[in-house]
Ligand binder design. Structure first.
Ligand SMILES: Cc1ncc(COP(=O)(O)O)c(C=O)c1O
Length: 376
């Protein structure tokens, strides 16, 4: 099976470090080790770690810390991975490989397209169910989900909070999805990497608490501002299944780095975690208000609702050129990078990340304005 390009990641990989202004990041401005561990003595202790291999599914202190965030879980329910990307990859590979006759993933769209590409790359197929815009909100079409499930379904894949829309599904919808999965006896894979980056209100609920069929992936890359640690995790409700998932990582990356494991254990201690997520929430709020004012002043062109969580927004535009063309011109003429909706199968949309430098965000929007002038 020919591997389809992961268009968004390819474009980011090619350009993110070459452009003047990069508004494709979906997380918040990363933390330095000195921000994370201000106390020099504590910091030096961690930095003196010998760079050996580590416990391959994550050290017990880290897995215990992660398990503490999921009621009913303990360290044997957790597999630590290299980023959320490896966590998702392992789960999809496992679902398609271990369940005879089941080679289809029913996937929420729009979505981060990793699950889509991996499923197809492993000779599986993808059946969509959609988030639909209704009265200013993204709502999952649960009737479509029900209909999409067949004997071939290996799992349902959702992303909550959602990339690219920033939509958050509350308990009611999650229960609805869990019920459908339980009735059909299929797994739900819930990528919850933006949990904790809410614009306001309480943290988005995890589906882990709501169903025995729910497997969750997450990482420190977005809400925690620590993407360089490449530290993610899977939480699986059935311990032998968690062990089986772990065995897949023997073939991918063997283990997370020992330094990332230690820094992650530090970052996820309740007080530090609270401090990090507070910082994230302040950044998301402050930068969203810049975005919102900008959209409000250009409401004849853009329609954009506030994200429930994540430092991304997904405006619809009515310009006479396609998003792909627009993004290409912004890149070549203004050295500004944003994501075209085509990368999510939604051509009249754009995905703009606003969680990094506020100054660059404002400069990027000014460059975007210059481009809009030429399109009038
Ligand atoms: C929804 C989603 N899942 C997973 C990933 C990959 O995360 P990581 O950098 O932790 O591998 C991303 C990255 O953009 C994402 O948006």
């Amino acid at each position: 099976m020919k591997l389809e390009a992961f268009e968004m990641e390819r474009m980011q990989s090619e350009w993110e470090f070459r452009v003047d202004i990069n508004l494709t990041e979906s997380g918040v401005e990363p933390l330095a080790i000195t921000d994370l561990i201000p106390d020099e003595k504590e910091r030096m202790q961690i930095l003196q770690t010998k760079l050996s291999y580590s416990q391959t599914n994550g050290t017990i202190p880290l897995r215990k810390t992660i398990a503490g965030m999921y009621p009913g879980a303990d360290e044997d329910n957790v597999v630590v991975t290299n980023g959320g990307a490896e966590a998702n990859f392992i789960c999809i590979w496992n679902f398609l490989h271990e369940q005879e006759g089941a080679n289809e993933i029913v996937m929420m769209l729009p979505n981060y397209m990793q699950v889509y590409g991996v499923t197809k790359g492993l000779s599986g197929s993808v059946a969509p169910f959609h988030l639909r815009m209704k009265e200013g909100q993204w709502i999952p079409d649960l009737e479509e989900l029900k209909k999409a499930i067949t004997k071939k379904t290996a799992a349902i894949a959702i992303c909550n909070p959602n990339n690219p829309t920033g939509a958050t599904l509350g308990t009611e919808y999650l229960k609805g999805i869990a019920e459908i999965a339980e009735d059909a006896d299929v797994w739900v894979l819930s990528d919850e990497i933006y949990q904790g980056a809410e614009l306001e209100g309480p943290m988005t609920p995890t589906i882990y608490d709501l169903s025995e069929k729910a497997i969750v992936t997450n990482s420190l890359s977005k809400s925690y501002g620590l993407p360089g640690l490449r530290l993610g995790w899977i939480v699986a409700p059935v311990k032998p299944h968690a062990k089986q998932l772990w065995s897949y990582s023997d073939y991918t990356t063997i283990c997370p780095t020992i330094l990332s494991d230690k820094l992650a254990t530090y970052a996820l201690q309740p007080k530090t975690r609270e401090w990090i997520l507070d910082r994230t929430s302040r950044i998301v709020k402050r930068h969203w208000s810049v975005m919102k004012d900008w959209f409000d002043e250009r409401s004849e062109i853009f329609e954009c609702i506030a994200p429930g969580a994540a430092a991304i927004c997904f405006p619809k535009h009515n310009l006479s050129i396609s998003s792909l063309e627009l993004v290409d011109r912004l890149l070549k003429e203004k050295s500004l990078l944003i994501i075209p909706g085509e990368h999510f199968g939604m051509p009249t949309y754009l995905r703009i990340g606003f969680g990094y430098s506020e100054d660059k965000l404002k400069r990027g929007l000014a460059l975007f304005d210059e481009m809009l002038q030429t399109l009038k």
